[in-house]
Design a protein around this ligand. Structure first.
Ligand code: CP
Length: 308
């Protein structure tokens, strides 16, 4: 693996190898072991053209636990604000001997463009990790979600998983669907209003439900999604109140899933819009476990890329 741009098309064995490698890093991620030297002498550049709390921070922690040098480019104070192009920015950072770029961008495809450019102009040893591009993909979130599900549920081949909410604008939903189908989950459901489901989503191998109560029946895993207001331009939407009534995860709706179902959310959460606090903070929630596992998963991805 040279770059990690999407989960789509990755062989099952590669996804499993990343999850197994992450498992071997849990002790380092959770600070039982301080650091490992796998990326010593390497420079990781975090390029976040969109805001982030979890992804940027856990990439930084993960890189430091692998002994890499980490540079966080502040886009607002960089020369991008004077009109410097994306690829000129990347060329200049590559000239500073960057070994790995972690890229988040509002434009779907931006990390692919950067990877192609680096391959053509800077040789074979600079790696790109997509940290979320537009509504397209967020592969490390998808992988940490798969890690979380494997941790709590063990066997992917026995599961019913529901992804609920704004699937249309969600890069996490796409990466999760690719991860779940690659790992052999027999039933992946998407639940939401038709205005927030992509046309033809069934072709991704999912069952579609517009009624949340029907869709949650007997599921093992519930992945809630945020209403991505920043990506909705004039979309026909219910009000937040109406949305919560129909698609908000409440204790009453959660009771329709299996009694040991886990509740996930990639964050940031809109409490009272897609999820009620008693569920987000309740005994079935693994939302903060997802964040912690993100460190080990990102260590795994960076160490695997860095070895190539
Ligand atoms: N899950 C996620 O991508 O969160 P951040 O936007 O805080 O990185």
């Amino acid at each position: 693996l040279k770059h990690l741009l999407t989960i789509e098309g990755l062989p099952r064995a590669t996804v499993q190898h990343i999850l197994d490698t992450a498992e071997s890093f849990v002790g380092v991620a959770e600070r039982e072991v301080k650091k490992v030297p796998l990326l010593r002498g390497k420079s990781v550049f975090n390029l976040f053209f969109e805001n982030s709390t979890r992804t940027r921070t856990t990439f930084e922690i993960a890189a430091k636990r692998l002994s890499a040098d980490v540079l966080n480019l502040n886009i607002n104070t960089s020369s991008a604000s004077k009109g410097e192009s994306l690829l000129d920015t990347v060329d200049n950072l590559a000239a500073m001997h960057a070994d790995m770029f972690v890229v988040r961008h509002a434009a779907s495809g931006a990390p692919f463009l950067i990877a192609e450019h680096l391959d053509r102009h800077h040789g074979p040893h600079v790696h790109v990790i997509n940290a979320g591009d537009g509504r397209h993909a967020h592969p490390t979130q998808g992988l940490l979600d798969m890690y979380t599900i494997r941790h709590f549920k063990k066997d992917f081949t026995q599961l019913r998983v529901a992804i609920v909410g704004d699937v249309l604008h969600s890069r996490v939903a796409r990466s999760d669907i690719h991860g779940l189908t690659t790992l052999g989950v027999p039933e992946v459901r998407v639940i939401g209003p038709l205005t927030l489901l992509p046309a033809g989503v069934e072709q991704m191998g999912v069952r579609v439900f517009t009624d949340m109560r029907e869709g949650l029946k007997d599921v093992d895993v519930i992945i809630m999604l945020r209403l991505q207001n920043e990506r909705m331009r004039g979309a026909l939407l219910p009000s937040a109140q109406e949305y919560f009534k129909q698609y908000g995860l409440t204790r009453e709706k959660l009771a329709l899933a299996k009694p040991d179902a886990i509740v996930m959310h990639p964050g940031p959460m809109n409490r009272g819009v897609e999820i009620e606090s008693q569920v987000a903070d309740g005994p079935q929630s693994v939302i903060l476990d997802q964040v912690t596992f993100g460190i080990a998963v990102r260590m795994a991805v960076m160490s695997i890329l860095g070895a190539n």
